[in-house]
Design a binder for this molecule. Structure first.
Ligand code: NAD
Length: 305
């Protein structure tokens, strides 16, 4: 099993490190515009192999990706002082064009896993630019937001986060939507669970939604949790686990929303997104989800894809 990583910055290199520790790949291929960075990462990671499990790690140009079954895109450029969001987005689309061309030239059968932001927009663009079936182009979507929500709820209700079943759907960003109507612990809706406080839920959701701002303010970037989330997606694909994960995928008629990539729970297995799970949302959740998706559609309309 060979996994490629394009963009070995904070996220890409931590993702590679996570794969190494978890023994998920036999081979890792690292590509970055700064070739020295990818090469340095490959050397450093290779030196950890004697403490972990056998894996061959190489770095180089796009030809290094040959034979990869999954390629993660974590390449991106940062905002320049005074730069607006649209101009930043256009520069990131330009990066994506180059990256997708490199992937399609060497891995026509691979699954593309997009982590770069804005992830829903770039996943849609990667799908369009690659010409791959939508099942094989997956964005990390709201997987991280969902993990943050489950973690914070687990602290409030004093249970293992893995026992908290809750999802954030929609844009990975400011308009995302917590699905409170279906959130539960052991099948018990949270509003019936001991310790329920609506105000606490509001604060918890805001903390989950705004976590990236808080982390970036403190240390400049977020990478551990997203790296482990990406590895979880990879694991579900490689082991054909059919795990339900909140990823960004193409929806066509999801509560009336079509032709956007947006975060929804999906069954992830050997073929990528095997199917999307349509949640029986409450009315106000449907409205919030549609609003979130329409923001994404508006951005896509402003681009020339
Ligand atoms: P970073 O600046 O540390 O790394 C980006 C890397 O991309 C750099 O090493 C850079 O050299 C490389 N790069 C730039 N242009 C390239 C090109 N044309 N070809 C190949 N490589 C290129 O940034 P980071 O903190 O690692 O974040 C990477 C991306 O992941 C950002 O878009 C960030 O917003 C996103 N992110 C997403 C999530 C999520 O939940 N989806 C979470 C955290 C970060």
């Amino acid at each position: 099993m060979k996994i490629g990583v394009v963009g070995t910055g904070h996220v890409g290199s931590t993702f590679a490190f996570t794969l190494l520790l978890r023994g998920l790949a036999r081979e890792l291929a690292l590509v970055d515009r700064r070739r020295d960075k990818a090469e340095g990462d490959a050397m450093d990671l290779n030196h950890a192999v004697p403490f972990a499990r056998p894996v061959r790690i190489s770095a180089g140009g796009y030809e290094t990706l040959q034979g990869a079954s999954i390629v993660c895109i974590a390449a991106g450029v940062a905002q320049r002082p005074g730069e607006d969001r649209l101009s930043l987005l256009r520069r990131n689309i330009a990066v994506l064009r180059e990256v997708v061309a490199g992937i399609t030239a060497h891995c026509p059968e691979a699954i593309i896993l997009v982590a770069s932001n804005p992830v829903d927009i770039l996943s849609y663009a990667a799908w369009k630019l690659s010409g791959y079936p939508a099942a094989r182009v997956i964005g990390s979507g709201t997987i991280l937001d969902t993990a943050r929500l489950r973690y914070l709820l687990s602290r409030h209700y004093r249970v293992d986060p893995r026992s908290v079943h809750a999802h954030i759907i929609g844009e990975h960003g400011d308009s995302e939507v917590p699905v409170w109507s279906l959130a539960n612990i052991a099948g018990i809706r949270l509003e019936d669970f001991e310790g329920y406080e609506p105000e606490a839920h509001r604060v918890i959701f805001e903390k989950a939604r705004d976590a990236a701002y808080e982390i970036i303010r403190r240390k400049g970037a977020t990478y551990y949790a997203i790296a482990v989330g990406l590895a979880r997606i990879v694991e579900s694909i490689l082991r054909d686990e059919n795990t339900v994960l909140s990823v960004s995928t193409l929806v066509n008629g999801y509560h009336g929303v079509r032709d956007v990539y947006v975060g929804v729970p999906a069954v992830v297995g050997r073929n990528g997104v095997e199917r999307v799970i349509e949640l029986p949302l409450a009315r106000e959740e449907v409205e919030a989800f549609r609003r979130s998706a329409s923001i994404l559609r508006g951005v896509l309309d402003s681009l020339d894809l």
